[in-house]
Design a protein around this ligand. Structure first.
Ligand code: HAM
Length: 423
């Protein structure tokens, strides 16, 4: 016999016992997105590789080493499994002229793929919910998105989620800053590690979030982007901070906040929890006013975020916020000559009437069927034996309260079941 195959490393099965928490989480997040005025859209999992190279940036970790890319020989196209959703969302907005009648608030959710080293909270297939406000110059919408997230954490009962906020100015301001940063890093090159040296010229801003203590010392003495900001960038940031203050939102300004994607300008932010270990960032986002033009569209300002579902679900679990597993209304037990067909018809009629009914399958003694009924979590066991069959009835045994078993006419059950369930 050949060895059983296993799932790809870093890609997880969602087992039924885990599904309840995910589904309740998804339902709440989706309702919250809609409540804040964001509308659902879906983009394909696969896009042209060029989309992500152009949007995320050639010198980012994602594009350099984390994309699942291949050449589709049949069409001669270079394709990639999406590592994030913003690029696709903007591509779709341009392709379908979504902004022709004004700005749009959109949301999406689904699997993303990054070939990272798997560890707790970091996977190769992971799920995100993303919200993108397209066509709004802000900073009111920047504030809206941030406040929206803070309200979600509270609604979900998550504590100790901290907001880190920064502004990275305009591309011109950043270019001037970058030149001075490179000078500073070059002057201290002997204290940089191999990673920082490699990034020094390709993506020097990423040196700012190095974890190496020696590199951090060099970074601590580096010039700060804040002092390179012009009046417009500062006004945008002040406008955002004012609205956050009005909403009572606490945050820490982190001048070294570096997002892993190159499309950002002005506002950037992350929500971080200390309870998750190294992979504590549960949500990240910012403004990307240049992306529409970069992808060949008419220029349009935009801002958004994405939250990492695995990490938020891990926090929910840690906080004990696990919903009850949904149980059926009734479990239908049947035994004896001719009962299977009647049970089949009865279960069908009850489900059509809107009840959640499991019909026992796979045979077994009456006792073992009743055990399964109990284990299913159903409120009622419905019992169809030869006696009940002959009498045109069904026996009803309440499984979760002290009521004793009684009989009901089979033809009347669909009408009466609602009342019987209420007890
Ligand atoms: P990101 O920071 O790359 O941003 O990802 C957003 C969130 O996805 C992270 O904060 C994290 O919770 C989760 N995440 C990222 N990588 C992994 C992984 N390998 N395993 C598990 N979770 C992960 C974006 O993707 C941007 N598109 C966000 C955005 C939307 N910016 C503007 N609009």
């Amino acid at each position: 016999m050949s060895a059983p195959l296993q799932a790809i490393r870093g890609m997880n099965d969602l087992l039924p016992q885990e599904a309840a928490i995910w589904r309740s989480f998804s339902a709440r997040v989706e309702a919250w997105l809609e409540r804040w005025g964001y509308r659902y859209m879906r983009m394909p999992l696969v896009e042209q590789t060029a989309l992500f190279r152009r949007a995320i940036g050639e010198a980012t970790d994602i594009v350099e080493k984390e994309m699942y890319s291949w050449r589709d020989e049949l069409n001669g196209e270079d394709l990639t499994l999406r590592p994030e959703g913003t690029a696709s969302c903007v591509r779709a907005a341009i392709e379908h002229s979504l902004l022709h009648d004004g700005p749009k608030r959109l949301w999406y959710g689904g699997a993303m793929y990054r070939h990272e080293r798997p560890q707790k909270g970091r996977y190769r297939e992971f799920f995100q919910y993303g919200a993108e406000a397209l066509g709004y110059p802000g900073p009111d919408v920047d504030a809206e998105l941030i406040v929206m997230c803070v309200r979600l954490w509270r609604e979900l009962g998550l504590e100790d989620v901290r907001l880190e906020l920064s502004t990275i100015g305009s591309p011109e301001e950043r270019a001037r800053y970058r030149a001075d940063l490179v000078k500073h890093l070059e002057a201290n090159v002997e204290r940089l590690d191999a990673d920082a040296k490699r990034r020094l010229h390709s993506n020097p801003l990423r040196v700012l979030d190095s974890k190496n203590p020696m590199v951090r010392e060099v970074v601590a003495a580096a010039p700060e982007l804040a002092s390179y900001l012009g009046a417009q960038s500062r006004a945008h940031f002040d406008g955002l901070k004012e609205l956050l203050a009005v909403a009572g939102i606490e945050y820490a300004i982190n001048p070294r906040l570096v997002r892993g994607l190159d499309y950002y300008n002005l506002t950037v932010f992350e929500f971080v929890s200390e309870r998750l270990g190294a992979q504590g960032t549960i949500c990240g986002g910012g403004r990307y006013d240049g992306l529409f033009a970069q992808l060949g569209g008419k220029p349009a300002p935009a801002v958004g975020f994405a939250l990492g579902c695995e990490r938020v679900v891990a926090l929910l679990r840690e906080a004990g916020r696990v919903p009850a597993v949904p149980a059926p209304d009734a479990y239908l037990v049947h035994q004896g000559e001719g009962t299977l067909v009647s049970a089949f018809v009865l279960a069908d009629a009850l489900r059509t009437a809107g009840f959640a009914v499991i019909q026992h399958a796979g045979g077994g003694s009456f006792k073992s069927q009743m055990k399964k009924a109990d284990a299913s979590g159903a409120a009622l066991a419905l019992i169809l034996g030869e006696d009940e069959l002959r009498a045109g009835e069904v026996a009803v045994k309440p499984l979760r309260d002290a009521r004793s078993q009684f009989r009901v006419a089979r033809a009347a059950l669909a009408e009466q079941l609602g009342a019987l369930l209420k007890g």
